[in-house]
Design a protein around this ligand. Structure first.
Ligand SMILES: CC(C)(COP(=O)(O)OP(=O)(O)OC[C@H]1O[C@@H](n2cnc3c(N)ncnc32)[C@H](O)[C@@H]1OP(=O)(O)O)[C@@H](O)C(=O)NCCC(=O)NCCS
Length: 192
């Protein structure tokens, strides 16, 4: 398992942050609080996500990393798992990738399922550290993910790391906004 990486200090008065392996099943409620602040989730959505996260963690390839402040507070997390064409996410995106000729990205790819940093701690390199750390341990040649299809900080981060659009305007059942599916070769591109 990867060792924790100290990331510090970010500035006077800001606690040090450590990025390392996270027992997400044990800290799922804290993680969902982070996600609720970062992404915006209602209590009903939190309850649904809780079940989904715990089910994903049953996958033997699932892994998760967290960013923890000096006081022990979880301020960011990422988790993902190797793609399987039988997974719900994969079955939704597959027809869109077929249209763009990028369906082969569904094989040998590590899926980033969630990546969130609490707003108070954003733009300090934590998101970049989380996603590069998890993909470095993935032992697969590439990574795929979906992000709301808009010009967001998440899309900016993914592009900076080498992710490119594989499909746009992807509609997930019950999601109000369309998503973009993005893929990148591993290891992810480093700054500079
Ligand atoms: C996306 C997210 C995880 C990024 O976390 P972060 O810790 O703020 O990101 P970092 O500080 O590591 O930024 C790394 C890179 O992302 C890009 N980025 C970050 N914030 C950005 C912003 N506001 N605008 C444009 N690009 C941005 C930049 O390329 C940045 O590199 P740089 O610092 O060299 O310019 C965070 O913004 C977040 O939690 N957003 C809400 C939830 C979300 O959208 N999650 C993703 C779901 S798909």
């Amino acid at each position: 398992m990867a060792a924790a990486t100290p990331m510090s200090p970010w500035g006077s008065g800001t606690p040090d942050i450590v990025v390392g392996p996270l027992d997400l099943a044990a800290r799922v409620d804290e993680a969902l609080v982070v996600q609720a602040h970062a992404f915006g989730l209602s209590q009903d959505e939190i309850d649904v996500r809780r079940h989904i996260v715990l089910r994903h963690l049953d996958d033997p390839g699932a892994r998760s990393f967290g960013a923890v402040a000096a006081d022990g507070r979880l301020v960011g997390f990422v988790y993902g798992l190797p793609n399987s064409r039988t997974h719900w996410w994969s079955t939704v995106v597959e027809p869109y990738l077929r249209v763009t000729g990028s369906e082969d990205w569904l094989d040998g790819s590590f899926v980033i399922t969630e990546l969130h940093v609490h707003p108070e701690f954003q733009q300090r390199g934590i998101g970049r550290s989380l996603i590069t750390t998890i993909t470095d341990t993935a032992d697969l040649p590439r990574s795929i993910l979906s992000a709301i299809d808009t010009d967001s900080p998440a899309r900016g981060l993914y592009r900076a790391l080498g992710y490119q659009d594989l499909a746009r305007q992807v509609l997930f059942p019950s999601a109000p906004k369309p998503y973009a599916v993005m893929g990148a070769p591993l290891p992810l591109r480093r700054r500079g």
